[in-house]
Design a binder for this molecule. Structure first.
Ligand SMILES: Cc1ncc(COP(=O)(O)O)c(C=O)c1O
Length: 393
């Protein structure tokens, strides 16, 4: 048989899928599985958003829209980017609405990358970045962070990695999986390095609304790199709309035009109904977001408190998103990998987590607190029981 696409074959499959599939299988078989592996809010989509979608259906706004998104949504997103993120160039023509932030990033990478280009990714990274870069025909270059640097990319590390083949740097604040957020000062230092290099910056800000300890800053707001930065955001996490598939980005006009061309030949417009729902979310759902943020903040506090009493593990307190990045290296002590630990926790204690291997950094587990306080309590109790058992072995 003729060989399949080299590019596609080289892209890795999601490592989180196997654990998620096994968790579902155990759950279906009647085992009391608690999932701390989820990557989506457990709240319902806000009522005003639901109502807007129903109205779009009953009023017949169910046909193809402009491929780049309906003008009123593009205007609302541009207004949000200018007002909340101080992005000077955001307007109707430099905003592209896509089928989720993942789609926005993929469209941007298609518009940016040539064969042989390099794209810098900071580890631990969101699982999809390396595969997306490979699918776009470029090479991922992974820069590892350390606990000592708070899992943050350091300016000198970035400077050393940038070269003429670097087409793009992907930044993610708040970060999945660590919850790390870069301060204004830290972003300024990274922007100063990037100012000297002719490359694009994709700033993935999908968790912007879920921040607990510091103010969210968009790196695209710094003059030196504003005209080369693509800022990505969307409705999935902020408005509990993961299934609706609405993401958006703004960036330099020529790049957005090419990304829009990719989308127009690929998927065409995101679902019309979801676009009207997204418009309602941006215009009317601020109180719902505030409520979710308050709940997440309380769960974050609880999970950190519970984990503090588990020996041999250390939680890195997240600034944002809804994950705790748990250092399990002293627990592992060479007797198993974090992947094996996650598997054992699932098979023996029915607690699902995501091992650090999925994010390019073994030795850690990602625990999601997008679940009830009771579930968090029970999960950590089981985890502690497991730790005690293996310590006694
Ligand atoms: C860091 C990060 N970026 C982007 C996405 C994709 O978001 P969406 O569901 O809008 O495609 C996710 C989803 O988990 C994410 O964690």
């Amino acid at each position: 048989m003729r060989a399949l696409s080299d590019r596609v074959l080289r892209a890795s499959e999601s490592q989180t899928l196997a654990i998620a599939a096994r968790a579902k299988q155990l759950s279906r078989a009647g085992y009391p599985v608690i999932s701390l592996a989820v990557g989506e809010p457990d709240f319902p989509t806000p009522p005003c958003v639901q109502a807007a979608a129903i109205a779009a259906i009953t009023e017949g706004r169910t046909r193809y829209t402009e491929s780049s998104g309906i003008p009123e949504l593009r205007r609302a997103v541009a207004e949000k980017f200018r007002r909340e993120n101080c992005l000077p160039y955001a307007d109707e023509d430099t905003v592209l609405i896509s089928c989720g932030a993942k789609h926005s990033i993929m469209n941007a990478l298609h518009a940016i990358c040539n064969r042989g280009d390099r794209v810098i990714i900071v580890a631990p990274y969101w699982v999809s970045y390396p595969a997306m870069v490979v699918l776009a025909g470029a090479e991922p270059v992974i820069l590892e962070t350390t606990p000592a640097s708070g899992f943050k990319l350091q300016p000198e590390q970035l400077r050393a990695a940038l070269d003429s083949r670097t087409a793009c740097v992907i930044l993610n604040s708040p970060c999945n999986p660590t919850g790390v957020m870069y301060t204004r000062h830290e972003l300024e230092a990274l922007a100063a390095v990037l100012a000297d290099h002719d490359c694009y910056i994709i700033s993935d800000e999908i968790y912007e609304q879920l921040s607990y300890t510091c103010e969210h800053i968009s790196i695209g707001s710094f003059d030196a790199i504003a005209d080369r930065t693509i800022t990505v955001n969307g409705c999935s996490k902020a408005y509990a709309m993961t299934g609706w598939r609405i993401g958006f980005m703004t960036g330099p006009c020529p790049l957005i035009a090419q990304a829009a061309k990719v989308q127009s030949q690929d998927t065409s417009n995101p679902t019309s109904i979801a676009q009207y729902a997204a418009l309602a979310a941006l215009e009317h759902a601020a109180a719902d977001v505030a409520h979710m943020r308050t709940c997440f903040a309380e769960r974050r506090r609880l999970l950190l408190e519970l984990l503090a009493s588990v020996p041999q593990v250390q939680a890195h307190p997240p600034d944002g998103a809804f994950y705790v990045w748990l250092d399990v290296r002293s627990l592992l002590q060479g007797r198993m990998s974090s992947h094996q630990l996650a598997t054992a926790l699932l098979e023996q204690e029915f607690v699902a987590s995501v091992p650090g291997e999925a994010f390019g950094m073994p030795g850690y587990l990602r625990l999601s607190f997008a679940t009830s306080e009771e579930a968090l309590q029970a999960a950590v109790e089981r985890f502690a029981a497991y730790v005690q058992r293996i310590a006694a072995e």
